[in-house]
Design a protein around this ligand. Structure first.
Ligand SMILES: *Cc1c(COP(=O)(O)O)cnc(C)c1O
Length: 309
C-alpha cells in the first residue's frame, strides 16, 4: 500500500485544516473500502478461495470495490443486498459491469441468504471467502491502524501535531482503526467520528467493541472509552438522507479546493465537523479530515441535482 496524500488545505472556523485523501487510493475510485479490501485480498490470495460472498446496499462503495477486486482475479463475487436500500446508482451499475451476482432480499432475510449462498457454493465444490458488510472486523480495523501510521509519519516528517481528526463513521471500523493507531502511538489527538446513520449509545458501543477486539488487554478500558467520541448530532434523517446545508458544504468544498464530497458520507461528515468546531468553540487547532472516498456517490448527487430533484 502506498501512502495516500495528506494536504494542507486552508482554515476552518479559525483552525488549520488538513485532509487525508483516501479517495485517491489508486484502485476503482479508492476510498476506505479500497484500503480495507487490499488486506482482505491478501488473505484471499494467500488461501485457496475461489469466490467471495459479501453484503451491502446498491449504493455500497464496499461492494463496488470488492466486485472489482474479484473481477480482476477472475473469481466470482456474490453480493447480498437488502431490497429496502436498492436503487439506481453508479456503484450498482459498476457492480453489474464486474458481473457480480446480486441477490436482493428483504432486510430480515439477509442473514439467512448469506448462509444459504455460502452453503450452496460449498455444495458446488467451491471455497468461498466471506467479507462482512463494509469490511467490518479486525482486518478492516488493521487497515486503519496502518492509515494512522501514515498520519503519524507525516506528523514526524513535517513537525505537525494534529489536535483533532474527523471522519465519517458508519460501521465504525475505520474510526476504530484510527483510535487503535492513536493508542499504539500514545498520541493525544481526539478522533471524532461523525455518525452518518447510527445513533448513540449503539453507534459508539460498536466502535468501542471493535477497538477492544483489536487491542485485547493492551490498554485499559477507560483509555479506550476516553478515546472514543462518536457524534450523532448530524445524521439528519438517517442513512443517505441529506439536507440543503450538506449540499451547500459539498458545493463550497468543490469550488474552494476542487475536492468532491458526497451526501451520504464525506459531505455529511465535513458539514458535521464544521458545526462541531463552531458549536464547541474550538479555535487555533490543527484539524485533519479523513476523506474516506465515495466518489461515485458524488456523481449520483450531481445527476440528482441536475434533474432538479
Ligand atoms: C463505508 C464508508 C464510510 C464509513 O466507514 P466505516 O468503517 O464503516 O465506519 C465512510 N465514508 C465512506 C465514503 C464510506 O464508503
Amino acid at each position: 500500500m502506498r501512502t495516500t496524500p495528506l494536504q494542507k488545505l486552508g482554515t476552518i472556523e479559525g483552525n488549520q485544516l488538513y485532509i487525508k485523501r483516501e479517495d485517491l487510493i489508486p484502485f476503482c475510485f479508492g476510498g476506505n473500502k479500497a484500503r480495507k479490501a487490499e488486506l482482505f485480498f491478501q488473505i484471499i490470495d494467500a488461501g485457496s478461495y475461489d469466490c467471495v460472498v459479501t453484503y451491502g446496499s446498491s449504493s455500497s462503495n464496499h461492494c463496488r470495490v470488492i466486485a472489482n477486486m474479484c473481477a480482476s482475479r477472475g473469481i466470482s463475487c456474490h453480493v447480498i443486498a437488502p431490497a429496502e436500500a436498492f436503487g439506481v446508482s453508479y456503484n450498482q451499475q459498476m457492480m453489474k459491469l464486474y458481473n457480480a451476482e446480486i441477490s436482493v432480499v428483504h432486510v430480515s432475510e439477509v442473514h439467512d441468504q448469506i448462509e444459504n449462498t455460502i452453503a450452496a457454493l460449498k455444495r458446488q465444490g467451491k471455497t468461498p471467502y466471506f467479507i462482512p458488510g463494509g469490511g467490518h472486523g479486525i482486518t478492516g480495523t488493521q487497515a486503519y491502524v496502518n492509515c494512522y501510521d501514515e498520519i503519524a509519519d507525516y506528523g514526524k516528517t513535517n513537525g505537525t501535531t494534529f489536535d483533532l481528526i474527523f471522519l465519517a463513521s458508519g460501521t465504525g471500523t475505520t474510526q476504530a482503526g484510527l483510535i487503535c493507531g492513536k493508542l499504539l502511538h500514545h498520541a493525544s489527538c481526539d478522533i471524532i467520528g461523525i455518525s452518518i446513520a447510527r445513533k448513540n449509545p449503539r453507534g459508539r458501543d460498536i466502535v468501542l467493541e471493535s477497538v477492544r477486539e483489536y487491542m485485547g488487554n493492551q490498554v485499559s478500558l477507560s483509555s479506550i472509552q476516553d478515546s472514543t467520541v462518536f457524534v450523532d448530532e448530524y445524521v439528519t434523517n438517517g442513512y443517505g438522507q441529506t439536507d440543503s446545508a450538506i449540499q451547500e458544504t459539498i458545493l463550497k468544498v468543490l469550488l474552494t479546493y476542487g475536492i468532491p464530497l458526497d451526501e451520504t458520507y464525506t459531505g455529511k461528515a465535513f458539514h458535521g465537523m464544521t458545526e462541531y468546531l463552531k458549536n464547541n468553540q474550538i479555535r487555533g487547532k490543527n484539524v485533519l479530515f479523513i476523506h474516506t472516498g465515495g466518489t461515485p456517490l458524488f456523481f449520483d448527487a450531481l445527476r440528482k441535482w441536475d434533474d432538479g430533484k
